[in-house]
Design a protein around this ligand. Structure first.
Ligand SMILES: [Zn+2]
Length: 90
């Protein structure tokens, strides 16, 4: 993350999406890929190399392609709902 937004100067120093985007992508992409793989297996019964050729690139491209948008959305939600890791001490 940058220190601040280049457009409006919003302070990003307290922003942290942690493992959230990766976990969401694992769940969503895993669901989609496993579903597709099962469907292809049942419908076409292809040899194993077809599965490797289809799903490994899809997983790699899908993960990297979804990471930035998901991180952006989670950070926007964090900002919108004023969520923070910091504990307030009174
Ligand atoms: Zn901004």
């Amino acid at each position: 993350m940058r220190q601040e937004c280049p457009a409006c100067g919003l302070d990003y120093s307290r922003v942290d999406s942690g493992d959230g985007p990766a976990v969401l992508i694992i769940l969503i992409l895993g669901f989609v890929v496993v579903g597709l793989a099962l469907w292809v297996e049942v419908r076409f019964e292809p040899p194993m190399w077809v599965h490797l050729l289809l799903w490994i690139p899809l997983i790699i491209v899908g993960s990297f392609g979804m990471l930035r948008p998901f991180k952006a959305v989670l950070i926007a939600l964090q900002y919108r709902h004023k969520a923070s890791q910091e504990i307030e001490l009174d």
